[in-house]
Ligand binder design. Structure first.
Ligand code: BTN
Length: 249
């Protein structure tokens, strides 16, 4: 029996809108209204209230970038699998961009970097029912053709490669890679996802400056553990940090 034959395909239903508040908000509202389900993908040319992690705003010029939200209903996963799901989604975006350029890395927890600058971000929002995940909205913002940013830390595929990209082509890459990674999740190939993630994890095994609420220190990223926490070697002792507890300086 070929177990792969039973991996559930994602039938994408792409809804391309001109202007929305936030594609994640549209996706969540459509779920509430029962107008969307597994495979629905909301794309917008512009967001008036684009959101990032930790209550940050996500700003993006009109029509120059990818702003999208996938709805997935992985009934085969439970709450203990959330870290693998997050890693798989980071790998999806990383792999899609790696089709176009080298040195694409995942910066813990959910950022995609090229040459020390952020090119994409991912905002994952789960709806939990008991101990199961009812649905997940995976919001992805990728800077494609935008050339000017309000911060030095941001970049785009254009700025990195001096090429202009058709957003449809990059979307197709995203769809190809989400299909691959979703299948790995379905097959419970968590070791593979974990090892692929660590191969492209930004800063792993390098001495870097970190900042917490109370101090700045030099440390070395050792791994991201099964809880999704960052494990940092600080003066020879491993310490574990949750998302809001630590950042790179
Ligand atoms: C981050 O880096 O903080 C995450 C950014 C996520 C941005 C995307 S753009 C499409 C989707 N809609 C939103 O409002 N946010 C996500």
């Amino acid at each position: 029996m070929d177990i792969n034959a039973f991996a559930p395909p994602i039938h994408f239903n792409i809804i391309w809108l001109d202007e929305v508040t936030s594609t994640n908000e549209v996706a969540k509202q459509m779920l509430l209204d029962k107008q969307a389900s597994h495979g629905t993908m909301i794309i917008a040319n512009y967001q008036t209230n684009g959101r990032g992690q930790l209550d940050n705003a996500w700003e993006s010029e009109s029509e120059n970038n990818i702003l999208c939200s996938f709805i997935l209903e992985p009934a085969f996963l439970n709450l203990t699998h959330q870290t693998w799901f997050n890693m798989a989604m980071c790998l999806t975006v990383r792999d899609a961009l790696a089709f176009y350029t080298k040195d694409v890395a995942i910066k813990w927890p959910n950022d995609i970097y090229i040459n020390d600058k952020k090119v994409a971000g991912i905002l994952i929002e789960n709806t939990i029912q008991g101990s199961t995940i009812k649905n997940i909205v995976v919001g992805i913002g990728i800077n494609i053709n935008q050339q000017k940013f309000s911060t030095q830390k941001a970049t785009s595929l254009f700025n990195q490669t001096s090429n202009w990209y058709n957003r449809n082509d990059v979307l197709q890459q995203l769809i190809n890679h989400i299909t691959v990674r979703y299948k790995q999740l379905w097959l419970k190939q968590f070791d593979k996802i974990n090892s692929d993630y660590h191969q492209v994890l930004y800063g792993i095994n390098q001495i870097l400056p970190f900042k917490t609420d109370t101090e700045t220190f030099s440390g070395m990223i050792k791994r991201v553990n099964a809880n999704g926490h960052l494990v940092v070697d600080k003066n020879g002792t491993e310490q574990e940090f949750m998302v809001k507890q630590i950042s790179l300086v």
